[in-house]
Ligand binder design. Structure first.
Ligand code: NAD
Length: 503
């Protein structure tokens, strides 16, 4: 079956054992183009039995896959990399159609996902263990890393290609077989990735895809043959996934929501800081878990910074991502757009001000789920706009008197995904890096998403589990270590010794 045949259907199917599989569950959802509000396709929702079928395929394939030489696995990852590069425009168009982000932004997402395939190309080196010779007379000890077996990933709507690639690249390169349950709002990008993986040489059953909702997720969380779950999504669901799957004996990394603060010290360059705040606050319509959502303006910096943000926002062109001149697309759904807009009302009612009201943006006249960039000033803890993850194009400014006050706010926040400091003072930045209780920190970098050879993850309610995602910690997550102690003595020297072995 060609790649074209599998990515333009009326009903988006599962991908099990290397082929598209129609669902017989009788349950489905509608995939919508957020830029127009129109239906794109229908997506099947798996039954528990269909999940079992996919797990069985993955389990059967894992016998041969874990025995496949590392050089062959690396070769397949190299080929997958090259196929994704060849198809990146197509992937970006699919992402833009179902998620709404601009093509340029979708291409950026594909590039950041591709990094993880590149990292996994180095799997022979990454799986090297350790060896100690002569730990006792004639005794050696060594550690090896082995795959877990069947592992599963559950992904959110905002990165239809990148987050699946964060997971599946390392999972399969480590010798596991993988089962992906993508967001039902954006199901097609992962179908294309699965078809490309087959073309790259990933054997049937090694990468499987189950479309669906919480019925499919519940089954994955309880299935005895699924050994590990990687999850990315909202905090309440992440907590539920972590608690349920660990109770069922699985290894879990569950990444949740965020409320990312940007601390701006009085010595910051206003122009550069405003560029960064606008890019990180409104890029992808604020639907990034690493988006800046709060600016902590220390002392006199607030007024000039707000003015500089206002100048930049006035030039942002909002509209359908299919028009390459647009810089910001719609939100994922009407319901979500309306919820985001409701924070503007609550902010005013709770005493904040609204220097920029995105509801006045000309894009609001489109049929899609648009909301222009919005700026709330004089926000503070206790207001809904500050206390909740908004996940939309709304930036809140909190005016603070000192670095210490700003730091306290960040450290008191229940989320700890990303943060950034903007300053020209290296000492202050170094102190912030030392003090702040957040997993990913930017110093004059507003969206500090680590490159693929480091690992991605927040602290506190932004991550449940012990290991961050992708990079070295991803390899650790998808393998278990085995330590072998070995000796080859002359049998003639053998004797019974009931004492505890000593060196
Ligand atoms: P979501 O939690 O609603 O959905 C994520 C996945 O969980 C989807 O596949 C969905 O089908 C499934 N799901 C949803 N409700 C479920 C339930 N009750 N039981 C079982 N499964 C369920 O998240 P979303 O709206 O798709 O994505 C946005 C959220 O993801 C935001 O909170 C954002 O901050 C977060 N996010 C976090 C990161 C990160 O790395 N920390 C990255 C991207 C997105």
């Amino acid at each position: 079956m060609s790649v074209t045949e599998v990515v333009a259907p009326q009903v988006i199917t599962h991908w099990i054992n290397g082929k598209s599989v129609a669902s017989s569950s009788g349950r489905s959802g509608v995939v919508t183009n957020p830029a127009t509000g129109q239906r794109v396709a229908e997506v099947s929702f798996a039954s528990a039995g269909e999940v079992d079928e996919a797990v069985a395929a993955a389990k059967a394939a894992s016998v041969e896959w874990r025995a496949t030489p590392l050089s062959r696995r690396a070769e397949i990852m190299f080929r997958l990399r090259s196929l994704i590069v060849d198809n990146r425009q197509r992937l970006a168009e699919i992402i833009s159609l179902e998620n709404g982000k601009t093509i340029a932004d979708a291409l950026g997402e594909v590039a950041r996902g591709l990094e993880n395939v590149e990292f996994a190309c180095g799997i022979p080196n990454l799986l090297k263990g350790g060896y100690s010779e002569q730990v006792s007379r004639g005794v050696d000890i060594y550690q090896i890393k082995q795959p877990l077996g069947v592992v599963a990933g559950i992904t959110p709507f905002n990165f239809p290609a990148m987050v699946p690639l964060w997971m599946l690249s390392n999972a399969i390169a480590c010798g596991n077989t993988f089962l992906l349950k993508p967001s039902e709002k954006v199901p097609s990008a992962s179908i294309l990735i699965s078809a490309l993986a087959k073309e790259a040489g990933v054997p049937d059953g090694v990468l499987n895809l189950i479309q669906g909702d919480k019925v499919a997720v519940s089954r994955l969380l309880e299935h005895p043959d699924v050994k590990a779950i990687s999850f990315v999504g909202s905090t309440p669901v992440a907590r539920y996934i972590y608690e349920t799957a660990t109770r069922n004996g699985k290894r879990v990394q569950a990444l949740g929501g965020a409320k990312n603060h940007m601390l701006v010290l009085p010595d910051a360059d206003i122009s550069m800081t405003a560029d960064a705040a606008v890019s990180a606050g409104y890029g992808a319509a604020g639907e990034r878990c690493m988006a800046i959502s709060v600016v902590l303006a220390v002392g006199s910096v607030a007024d000039p910074l707000i003015e500089a943000i206002r100048e930049r926002v006035a030039k942002i062109k909002v509209g359908p991502g299919s028009d390459i001149t647009n810089e910001m697309g719609p939100l994922i759904s009407r319901e979500h757009r309306d919820r985001v807009a409701s924070y503007l009302d609550s902010a005013i009612a709770e005493g904040a001000t609204l220097p920029i009201d995105g509801r006045l943006d000309p894009a609001m006249k489109h049929d899609g789920y648009f909301l222009g960039p919005s700026l709330i000033d004089n926000a503070r803890p206790g207001m809904q706009c500050y206390d909740h993850e908004i996940f939309g194009p709304v930036l809140s400014v909190v005016r603070v008197n000192s670095y210490a006050e700003a730091l306290q706010l960040i450290n008191d926040n229940p989320f700890g995904n990303g943060t950034a400091i903007f300053t020209q003072n290296g000492g202050a930045a170094r102190q912030f890096q030392f003090d702040v209780e957040v997993g990913m920190v930017g110093i004059n970098v507003p969206i500090p998403v680590p490159v693929s050879y480091y690992s991605f993850g927040g602290w506190k309610s932004s991550l449940f589990g012990d290991l961050h995602m992708y990079g070295p910690e991803g390899v650790q997550f998808y393998t278990r270590s085995k330590v072998v102690t070995s000796r080859w003595p002359d049998p003639a020297s053998s004797k019974v010794d009931l004492g505890f072995p000593q060196v």
